[in-house]
Each structure stands twice: as C-alpha cells, then as structure tokens.
Design a protein around this ligand. Structure first.
Ligand SMILES: NC(=O)c1ccc[n+]([C@@H]2O[C@H](COP(=O)([O-])OP(=O)(O)OC[C@H]3O[C@@H](n4cnc5c(N)ncnc54)[C@H](O)[C@@H]3O)[C@@H](O)[C@H]2O)c1
Ligand SMILES: C[C@@H](O)[C@H](N)C(=O)O
Length: 374
C-alpha cells in the first residue's frame, strides 16, 4: 500500500503541479519510482538507472539499415566502442554492415522481442529510427500507421520501463499548410496532411507526455531533408536532392519530381548525426524543451541544379512533377527557424550548399573511379 500511495501522490503532483514550486521536482520523483506505463500497480518496480554518466551508454538503434542508421552507428561506435552500439532492423544487412559491429533482427511491432533485446543487452540509450517516410507512407497508410504509431508506443513503453534515454527524430513534415512556412518556429500550429506528419506530431507529443508523466528522458530533433552520399533515401519528398548527385555523375542528366521553385530545408548527413549526438549528450538543464528544429540550408531544385552546374556545366535537368510529392512539399516549411537549438545547446551546422556539393561530388566521383577500375 505505501507503494500505491506514493504512486498516486506522484500522479497527482504530475497532473496538478506542486503548489508554490516553480522548479521541476516532479520528473525526478517519477523517475525515482520508475514505474512502467504497462505495469503500473501490480509490480511497480524500483529499478534505478544503472547507466552512470561516466560509463559509456549501451546503445540500440532501431530501423538502422535506412538512410541514416548505418552512419549513426559508425559515429557512435567511434565514440563509445564497437560493441556498445547495436544496429537493428527487419531487413537483411549487407555484409559490410554485418561485419562492422553488432547487428540483430528487431521488429518494433514485437514488444516482447524489443524488451528482451533491451534487457539482455543492458541497453541505456535508444535511437528510434524505424519509420515509413512521407511518400511511402501515403502509398501505404495502414502500414505507416502501424509502424510509425503502434511501433512508437512499444518504444516509449520499453524506454520508460527500463529508464532509457530515448531519441526519436521528427521532421519538417510535422508541419502543414496552416503552419508559418518562412520561417517555421519550434512552437506553432502543426496540422500536417500526411500520415507521416501526423505520426511524427503524435511522437513529439507522446514523448513529451511520457517525459512529464513518467520522467522519460525523451529527446527529439526535427530534421530537415537529409542528404547523404553513401546511403540512399527511403521514399521521402526530399529524395530528389540525393538522387540528383547520383544521376548527374552516372548519366549527366536528372529528371526532378518537384517543381523548380520548391524551397525546402536541407542538411548534410554529418551535421544531422552530430546534432543527434549533441542533443543526446546535452546536460538536462540546457534543454528547456524536448523537441527542437535543426537546420543548415534551404534551397530549391533550380538553385541546387545551378550550383551543381558550376562544377558540371554539362548537367541537364528536366522536370516531371509528381503531384503527391509536390502537394506534400508545398505544405512543408520553406525555411526552418532553429534559433532555440543554437541558443540552448549550441547547435551549429558545418555544411552550407557549396560544401555539400563539393563533399557529395568528391565522394561519388571517387566511388565511380574505383568501380571503373575494378
Ligand atoms: N532521411 C531524412 O531525410 C529524414 C528527415 C527527417 C526525419 N527523418 C527520420 O529519421 C529516421 C530515419 O530515417 P531514414 O531516412 O534512415 O529512414 P529509411 O526509410 O531510410 O529507413 C527506415 C528503416 O526502418 C525500417 N523499418 C520499417 N519497418 C520496421 C519495423 N516494423 N521494425 C523495425 N524496423 C522497421 C526499414 O527497414 C528501414 O531500414 C526516421 O524516423 C525518419 O522519419 C529522416
Ligand atoms: C523530410 C523527411 O522527413 C523525409 N526525407 C521525407 O521527405 O519524407
């Protein structure tokens, strides 16, 4: 009974606030009690978080075989040690990934399997990358709803139950046509028109709710469109900005599926992954919010093509608009206001458009040279 009384007191304090106190003791109280949202009263467990700030975290990455996960694992393994970072997905990994560090099968819809992985590997940090992106999500709403929403519920419960620090990426796609688009601040109207966007707003709100209700250390960044050389995008609206480099090098031609004047926020992958680690390592008292916009640059297909043509004057770009993607892009931010991230935890991007272009061309041309030599 003392447990139940303590729990109900905490719940009341969390919901109603502590009279006369402007500090944040409630989170600490809930976290010390550390009860699971799926097992509240019957076996309210008192496990304390075993990870101390001087240890390396034990990391699990879900959905790790997509555009961003392999690069994230590489960066985290450099910092925390190869065996402290487990990559997981439902797909079969290429042999280079399989041999570069721990990889396991994990379907985020399988709650028991997820729990087993977290327990058996004593996971302390979880990066939740599994998702169906904007264009693929519109083509399969039921699956997107299940992976992006039901899957997230499993992740939140496991993370709260086991005292994990949880990173969930959100996106420029979490905004919609009624949001201010130029620029888009952290806090404003969010009424996205895609299942992807709706699921990401849901993730932001649920993560913040679990933070306040259960003390979950939830951290979230809204990424712009991410551009990478060594991994391909998984079916989003910003994919053209990756594909153009591949087609330019391979064929000297590119057909763009967005209108030439479609302005969207973008970022090179190294900046995105560094921001992710930085927000995970940020001291808790520097974070006034749990979800931040981050940005680097903003351009249209026409501007990207013109900048690329400075290096490759023979490049031909034509346009054949995909109406689904265009409607999505027309509802998204054109410029992203990330001033809170810059002020509070020191976010700063390294790559603007010229550096992005040079880095992509260097990487892809050296790949092509190696392939031709073999
Ligand atoms: N790439 C971008 O431009 C971008 C921008 C904003 C936000 N994000 C977010 O970052 C995260 C990673 O993005 P990405 O580009 O690597 O995505 P991606 O589409 O390339 O990869 C997603 C991965 O999730 C996996 N997956 C699907 N269903 C699963 C399931 N049931 N269980 C486990 N894994 C499953 C897929 O196999 C895939 O490897 C996503 O949450 C995405 O919303 C990405
Ligand atoms: C922006 C982002 O979330 C993803 N690249 C998409 O276009 O769907």
């Amino acid at each position: 009974m003392p447990v139940l009384r303590a729990l109900s007191k905490v719940v009341k304090q969390t919901l109603l606030g502590t009279p006369g106190c402007s500090c944040q003791p409630l989170t600490v109280a809930v976290r010390n009690i550390s009860f699971s949202p799926r097992q509240v009263t019957s076996d309210a467990s008192f496990h304390s978080v075993s990870f101390s700030e001087t240890d390396h975290p034990k990391v699990l990455i879900t959905g790790g075989l997509g555009q961003l996960g392999v690069g994230l694992a590489k960066m985290l393994r450099k910092k925390f040690g190869k065996n402290n970072v487990i990559l997981s997905d439902i797909r079969k990994p290429p042999s280079s990934v399989f041999h570069s560090g721990p990889f396991i099968y994990s379907d985020i819809l399988d709650y028991k399997n997820l729990r087993e992985i977290v327990v058996n590997n004593r996971i302390t940090w979880l990066f939740h990358y599994s998702a169906l992106l904007s264009a693929v999500g519109e083509a399969n709403v039921a699956l997107a709803r299940s992976v992006n929403i039901t899957g997230l519920h499993n992740i939140l419960d496991i993370a709260a139950e086991h005292g994990l620090r949880l990173f969930v990426p959100s996106t420029i796609g979490a905004f919609g046509p009624s949001s201010p688009r130029n620029p888009t601040p952290d806090l404003c109207v969010q009424r996205p028109r895609t299942i992807y966007g709706v699921s990401k707003v849901h993730a932001e709100l649920m993560g913040e709710y679990y933070h306040h209700r259960y003390g979950l250390d939830f951290r979230c960044l809204r990424y712009p469109g991410i551009i990478s050389a060594d991994s391909m995008p998984g079916g989003g609206t910003t994919d053209y900005a990756v594909q153009i480099f591949h087609d330019a090098i391979k064929n000297g031609k590119f057909e763009c599926n967005l209108r030439p004047d479609t302005r969207l926020p973008m970022m090179y992958i190294d900046d995105c992954l560094r921001a992710t680690l930085e927000v995970m390592e940020a001291p808790i008292d520097t974070l006034s919010m749990r979800t931040y916009n981050i940005n680097a640059m903003s351009f249209t297909p026409e501007e990207l093509a013109q900048e690329l043509q400075k290096q490759m004057p023979e490049l031909e770009v034509t346009y054949d608009v995909d109406h689904v993607r265009q409607a999505i892009a027309d509802s998204w931010p054109m410029n992203f206001d990330d001033s809170n991230a810059r002020k509070e935890w020191g976010w700063k991007h390294d790559y603007d458009l010229p550096e992005l272009i040079q880095t992509m061309l260097n990487y892809l041309s050296s790949e092509t040279r190696v392939a031709r030599a073999n």
